[in-house]
Design a protein around this ligand. Sequence first.
Ligand SMILES: Nc1nc2c(c(=O)[nH]1)N[C@@H](CN(C=O)c1ccc(C(=O)N[C@@H](CCC(=O)O)C(=O)O)cc1)CN2
Ligand SMILES: [Mg+2]
Length: 304
Amino acid sequence: MNSQTQAILATDKRIDGKAISAQVLSEVAEQVGQLQAQGVHPCLAVVLVGDDPASQVYVKNKLLRAAEVGILSVEHYLPAQTSAETLLSLIETLNEDAKVHGILVQLPLPQGIDEIQVLEAIKPIKDVDGFHSSNVGGLSQGRSVLQPCTPSGCMRLLNQVRADLSGMHAVVVGRSNIVGKPMAALLLQANCTVTLVHSKSRDIKSLCQMADILVAAVGRPEMIKQDWLKPGAIVIDVGINRVEKEGRSRLVGDVDYADVLDKVEAITPVPGGVGPMTIAMLMSNTLAAAQKQHKLLSISAIDG
Ligand SMILES: Nc1nc2c(c(=O)[nH]1)N[C@@H](CN(C=O)c1ccc(C(=O)N[C@@H](CCC(=O)O)C(=O)O)cc1)CN2
Ligand SMILES: [Mg+2]
């Protein structure tokens, strides 16, 4: 990427997730084309259980992005009352289908289905969400595995601001399996000093004030205010909170954007920051999964 593009993608203080995700998607589309020329057609299986409206929107957007970059998709919509056995049997079928390279089970699952059992059933090589314990363990050891999409998207946004994060103090607020924990692992891999803050941490505000990089993934609307930040901090806001403001429904992050803007070096907006990156990284993971499976098949063909 040349410096002019870099400047466009990170204008002023706002880190433009929409523009950067478009760049990722265009890179993915190019490589999908190269794979197709070798007769491989990357394919993502998307499984949605139940009728959660937000999940329906996310799944629709994933399918749209897949089509845009030339990734095939298969869709499986199951009712909320689906048994764990039925879901596990579908995953087994998709695991064994050589035409399917990536399997995504949209979260959250309806109550009564054990999320961990379902995620563990996905073959690690097809686990494009990076949630299988084998990929989680590989990430913590710094191995090259499929990584969770939101944290890897956040890393891409951070690298837009600074190519080298070495020695920076990163504070991650929130310890979910999907975002907080893998985010801390990726920042550590990038040689940051990492503090993982959670609901039982003492004096969260003081911990945040130490951050050169602050990643907020806590799900509390506009919790982080200007006096929580060190001057010149880089802020990545993973929160997506729907609130009523001035009689209208609006999306806000975990950071009070307008309040902190003067104080930060750079910040992601909500919407248009981390969210679009999540879907772009899913496409990137699906491509990587297809490339790896193709390579393994080619090797086993040579070995006989
Ligand atoms: N299997 C998974 N389930 C869930 C994941 C995931 O990565 N894998 N993450 C979230 C939901 N999610 C993707 O699935 C997701 C959330 C938000 C966005 C997004 O683009 N947000 C927009 C705003 C959208 C809106 O208007 O509501 C933005 O921030 O700009 C994309 C994907 C939980 N489940
Ligand atoms: Mg966003």
